[in-house]
Design a protein around this ligand. Sequence first.
Ligand code: MN
Length: 336
Amino acid sequence: MIKVLFFADSHLGFDFPIRPRINRRRRGWDFFNNYQYILDTAIEEEVDALVHGGDVFFRSKIPAQVIQKAYEPLLPVLERGVHMFFVPGNHERSRLPVSPIFHHKNFHLFDRPRSFSIEMNGLEVIWGGFPSIRHEVQKDFPDKLVQVGYDSESEALKVLCMHQSIEHAVVGVQNYTFRRGPDVVGLDQFPDYLDLVLSGHIHRQQVLRSRAGTPLIYSGSIERTSFAERLETKGFFILNLSKDDINWEFRQLPTRSMHEWTLPSHVLDKQNLISAIQNQAGNITSDAIFRIRTGVEKQLEILKIADLRNELPKSMNVELLPPVGKTRYTWSAYSD
Ligand SMILES: [Mn+2]
C-alpha cells in the first residue's frame, strides 16, 4: 500500500505584496500557513507521495521572494524520501518558475505531457500528467493522454494528474455545474485503464466518477480565494492506494470566514453609516473578511475605505463595493 497526500490551488502570493502601498491586514500568510501545514502533515504521516494539482502560485509574474517561500520548504520533505509530483496550472500560465529543486531526484514535474514509473512499497505506479490546457481541452485531451504514454496493458497502477474542469464539477454558492463544452473534459473521455485522476482548478473539494467508474478527485483550494467559496470547507486529501483498493479521506484546513452585507439605502450621512457598519461588524468574528456593499452609489462618495478600516478591528479584512448591478468589473470567481 502507498500513502498519498493530494492538494492543489495553493495560490501562493495571493494578497502578499512585497512593497505594500497601504498598511492593512493581508491574507497572504493564511495561504503560506496552510501550505506549510500540508507539508508538515506529509512528514508527520510519512506519506510516500505528494501531488500538487496546479496553481501553486497566484499569478504568472511572481516576485522572487514568493518563489523562494514556495520552493524552500519542499526540500526537507523531498529529503525525507517523499516523491513529489507538480502540475503547472493556469495561474502560472502552465509553466512553473524554474528552481534548483526541480533537479532533486524525488521531484517530478509535469512540464509537458509525461509519465514517471516508480515502484513504491512493492507497488508499481505510473504517475502521468500534463500542464494545464487553457483552451479546447475537450479536443486535445485524447492526444495528451497518448503523449503521457501509459502502457494500458501494464499491471501498474495508473494515476493521472491534471488541472482542468471536468463535466459535472460543481462550484459557487449557487452550485453552478459544468456541462460538456470545449473547455471541459467529458466524463466519457477518461479511458478505463486509469485507476485514479487527481485534478486541480476547481476550488471546491469533491469526488466525481468517470463513465468507466474511475474516481476523479478535486482537493479544492487551500484557502478561500473569492466570495464564491465562502460556504466551502477547505483542505486536502490523504489517499491509500493498493492494486485492489483506493480509498481517501478529506482533511480540513483553517479558513477565514467571509461575510457580505448591504448597507441600508436610506442612510446617507457618514456617522450613521459608520455606526451601522460597526454594529454589523460586532456580529462577526474579528478576523473575518467583511464585504460591505453599498445600497446606493452616493454612499461610495460618503464613505472612504481608509476611514472604515480605522473604525473596524485591524484583524478584519474590509472591502467596500458598489451597489449590486453597478460593479465596475466582473470576475469569473468559479474555477480560478
Ligand atoms: Mn486555482
